[in-house]
Design a protein around this ligand. Structure first.
Ligand SMILES: [Zn+2]
Length: 190
């Protein structure tokens, strides 16, 4: 199964790059904890900027900028998927959605601090002008069983995992019922 292979690749990529981040948890949770974010970018960590607290999982139907700032077709797709996942007994939540450029910059700065260089940081967090979160075209989903559910059924909604090292990151990439293209290895490979 192609899907299973990609999932394993995603977990392996996550674990090998950063053993402190358990498979299935967003690397941004760790990044957001770094002192750099508090010092330089703490002002961007507000609900208005699309900030979602570490460990907080939003409903796909929540009336907050992280959700309402998403492209409407993507938002509808995620909501449809969440509704059907719930019918399967799986709670599909959003751990990150739309982000303001200021919030993305704060995350990037924190990632540079965490990973040691802009080049290393870009494997996990893109700059504001590169990130599909800033344009409202990406969601990070959770928890782990929801990631597995979406890896299996996401294409029914046009939702595809776009980076092999981020099994939580989905974008609207095909028509509903289409076949998702293979993900890029990581955000720098696109
Ligand atoms: Zn993402």
């Amino acid at each position: 199964m192609v899907t299973a292979t990609l999932l394993i690749a995603g977990v392996a990529g996550c674990s090998s790059a950063d053993p402190s981040v358990p498979p299935g948890s967003s690397v941004l949770a760790g990044v957001a904890d770094t002192p750099a974010l508090g010092a330089s970018g703490g002002g961007a960590m507000t609900v208005e900027n699309g900030y979602v607290a570490d460990g907080e999982e939003l409903s796909a139907f929540a009336d907050v900028p992280a959700i309402t700032g998403l492209d409407s077709a993507l938002r509808t797709a995620v909501q449809d998927a969440a509704r059907d996942a719930a019918a399967d007994g799986v709670d599909l939540h959003v751990s990150s959605g739309w982000r303001s450029a200021a919030y993305q910059q704060a995350l990037f700065d924190a990632a540079v601090h965490r990973y040691g260089s802009p080049e290393a940081a870009r494997e996990w967090v893109l700059r504001p002008d590169e990130s599909s979160h800033v344009t409202g075209d990406a969601v990070d989903v959770g928890p782990t069983d929801a990631m597995y559910w979406l890896s299996r059924y996401g294409s029914d909604y046009g939702l595809c995992q776009t980076y092999g090292n981020e099994m939580w990151h989905y974008e609207l990439a095909v028509e509903r019922g289409g076949q998702c293209p293979p993900p890029a290895a990581d955000p720098t490979a696109g």
